[in-house]
Design a binder for this molecule. Structure first.
Ligand SMILES: [Zn+2]
Length: 166
């Protein structure tokens, strides 16, 4: 990763939208050059407080940094925000690694044959037999459920992420 900037950017946007929000993507896209938060707000026609909140959240993820300057006349601080190009790969990598871990755990659970379901839970045949096919929590009957589709979907997501991590 890292060699192809445009595909990295679209991957970053995808991950930002999935893990944060579309607004974070839009703010990041405004930072192709360093900008003051109030200028970003004006460009996006958003309140400066909203843009600052978004920037602070991106800052918590290490994706942006700022330079603080004190205006000598007013005594107020202004903040010049910059994208941290050097941290983007790391962010993508750690997000995908974490997601891969979760998906692999889900896949393991699915492969243990939890093929019976009520509206509040999914259990294995053994567990369903133990409770006479009645869910002890919601009192519904456990119905057999084909999780082949779920398994295939998890496997394809895992494959995609593995490719991205190479
Ligand atoms: Zn239930």
């Amino acid at each position: 990763m890292g060699s192809d900037n445009s595909s990295n950017n679209s991957l970053l946007n995808y991950i930002l939208e999935e893990s944060m929000s579309k607004d974070h993507v839009i703010v990041m896209e405004k930072l192709s050059e360093p900008k003051h938060d109030e200028d970003i707000a004006a460009e996006l026609n958003l309140k400066a407080t909203i843009v600052r909140t978004l920037l602070n959240e991106l800052h918590a993820k290490n994706l942006v940094e700022y330079e603080r300057t004190k205006n000598k006349k007013t005594g107020w601080y202004t903040y010049l925000w910059k994208k941290r190009e050097d941290k983007i790969d790391e962010f993508i990598q750690s997000y995908l690694t974490h997601k891969l871990d979760i998906l692999n755990k889900q896949l393991q659970v699915e492969k243990q044959g939890i093929t019976f379901a009520c509206s509040c839970n999914r259990v294995s045949l053994e567990e369903a037999i133990e409770t006479n096919f009645i869910c002890p929590r919601c009192n519904e009957t456990f119905i057999e459920f084909d999780n082949e589709k779920i398994i295939r979907k998890l496997e394809s997501e895992i494959r995609k992420i593995n490719k991205l991590l190479k």
